[in-house]
Design a protein around this ligand. Structure first.
Ligand code: T46
Length: 307
């Protein structure tokens, strides 16, 4: 996945979602009446627009999957908008676009806040933002409210600079991945990943750790060659990772989040909640000789590989 400038080649796929009734049914703009020329004009105007940043969310083959925007950029704030094609839904593209555009807002454009709204009837969008822990806000800038005077029953969200939002994509240099997750109304979620599609190795072994009392610590070792994806489908587990990039921790509490460990990394796991489950997909069978259980030995190996 990538976030890049819009290109003219994106126009046909942009028009595709505009004419997709399911995608636009709860949006405030009349996209259904737009033409290919409108899309081309929009893309061209976006290239020299200082008040609005519209970027293309693409797949790994550079195909357009949706648009992530910061609109009406002024006075340290901007309005966020994300829209993705039907094909990109439930596959992590919207969240990827959201994280990347928020990074741009705070790290590159130095904004103080970003806000946006959705119709309360747009259950898919409301569920998406709520799932990612964004909260409804009441103190919305007046200029923003004025733009939506015609719209009834909106839910407003905002993120302030420094807010603890989940825009982390690395922990001690290990990739944090978003596992595809499909919600079913009032019936939970189903998460899945497919070997070699999202995971950079063939999976030879799956194991999971369960029935662990709260406060228990496990791990305290590294692997020489083994690569793993760790995720927590139930509960809350603190994962501490240490390698040549330093020592960092992450809380695993969302079934759609995983951490990929590909290099020699010391790991410690702390059960923050009783009965939390840690699942691991591993690149190889269980081999005792692959374990480094001595911290000094681990440090020596990391130091040597660093020299
Ligand atoms: C890791 C963290 C996240 C097996 O016989 N087969 C297996 O596939 C595994 C993983 C373990 N075992 C045996 C070895 C020990 O006698 O199960 C026992 C408990 O293993 P360990 O003390 O290594 O468990 P954790 O929780 O400290 O570490 C485990 C994995 O071993 C390790 O690879 O990265 O989870």
């Amino acid at each position: 996945m990538r976030l890049r400038r819009l290109e003219l080649k994106d126009a046909p796929l942009m028009l595709e979602w505009m004419h997709d009734k399911d995608v636009v049914k709860d949006l405030n703009t009349d996209f259904a009446s737009k033409s290919l020329d409108d899309c081309v004009a929009f893309i061209k105007s976006s290239l020299n627009d200082e008040k609005n940043l519209h970027l293309s969310i693409t797949d790994d083959a550079d195909a357009y999957m949706g648009t992530a925007s910061l609109k009406h950029i002024a006075d340290g704030t901007a309005e966020l908008a994300i829209v993705v094609r039907e094909e990109a839904m439930r596959r992590g593209y919207a969240w990827f676009g959201m994280e990347e555009i928020l990074k741009k807002a705070f790290e590159e454009l130095n904004l103080e806040s970003v806000y946006w709204c959705v119709s309360r009837l747009n259950h898919r969008a409301v569920r998406f933002y709520d799932k990612h822990n964004f909260h409804e806000v009441k103190d919305v800038p007046a200029v923003a409210l004025e733009r939506y005077l015609e719209c009834a029953d909106l839910k407003w969200y905002s993120v302030l600079r420094g807010d603890d939002i989940n825009i982390r994509d690395k922990v001690a240099g290990c990739r944090v991945i978003h596992i595809k997750t499909i919600p079913t109304v009032n019936a939970g979620e189903l998460s899945y990943f497919e070997a070699t599609h999202e995971i950079p190795f063939d999976i030879k072994r799956i194991y999971y750790i369960s029935k662990v009392p709260e406060g228990t610590r496990r791990g305290f070792h590294a692997h020489k060659e083994l690569k793993q994806v760790l995720f927590c489908p139930y509960g809350r587990i603190q994962l501490v990772l240490e390698n040549k990039n330093g020592r960092e921790e992450i809380e695993l509490s969302d079934p759609s989040i995983g951490v990929v460990i590909e290099e020699c990394t010391w790991r410690e796991m702390l059960w923050l909640q009783k009965d939390s489950v840690l699942c691991v997909a591993a690149s190889d069978f269980y081999k005792t000789e692959d374990y480094i259980r001595d911290y000094d030995e681990f440090n020596e190996i990391v130091r040597k590989s660093h020299d």
